[in-house]
Design a protein around this ligand. Structure first.
Ligand code: CU
Length: 150
């Protein structure tokens, strides 16, 4: 099964991390369940790194394409753009939340239902070292908070 393969790979990646990698903690991870026919969703979380770090990318077994996005008001219009990285200043909690930074799950082959657990692997760089942080985001019902305009 695809999911097991992913988890095994993520576990191996974690086990291979050098002890020197900056501790990164992720909390309150959740993803939005999809509406019928919707092929995109977004995941949100709080990320805190103990040393200056950057979120470089993310992957998930539920989505063939995962991007790091930001929504921002621009002249009264809400716009979204893809980011190359998200800065994680040392000791500061960075919020990925509706209407702001988010992890975009794209080209979803299957719907996401409320209660599903979405595994995510975050690739985080700190001091020239890369580490993979495994996150499990629980899907919540759509319709809460601002929807995403794709
Ligand atoms: Cu987006």
């Amino acid at each position: 099964m695809k999911l097991n393969g992913f988890l095994a790979a993520a576990t191996l990646a974690l086990a291979a991390q050098p002890a020197a990698a900056a501790p990164v903690s992720v909390s309150d991870a959740w993803a939005r369940a999809t509406m019928p026919g919707q092929k995109v969703s977004a995941a949100y979380m709080q990320i805190r790194a103990d040393a200056p770090a950057r979120l470089l990318s993310a992957t998930s077994p539920v989505a063939p394409r995962v991007e790091v996005h930001e929504m921002k008001m621009d002249g009264g219009v809400m716009r979204m753009r893809q980011l190359q990285t998200i800065d994680l200043p040392a000791g500061k909690t960075v919020s990925l939340e509706p209407g702001g930074l988010h992890i975009m799950l794209m080209n979803l082959p299957k719907p996401i239902a409320a209660g599903d657990v979405i595994p995510l692997a975050l690739v985080i760089e700190s001091g020239g070292e890369q580490q993979t942080v495994e996150v499990r985001a629980e899907a919540r019902a759509p319709g809460k908070g601002p929807m995403h305009g794709h």
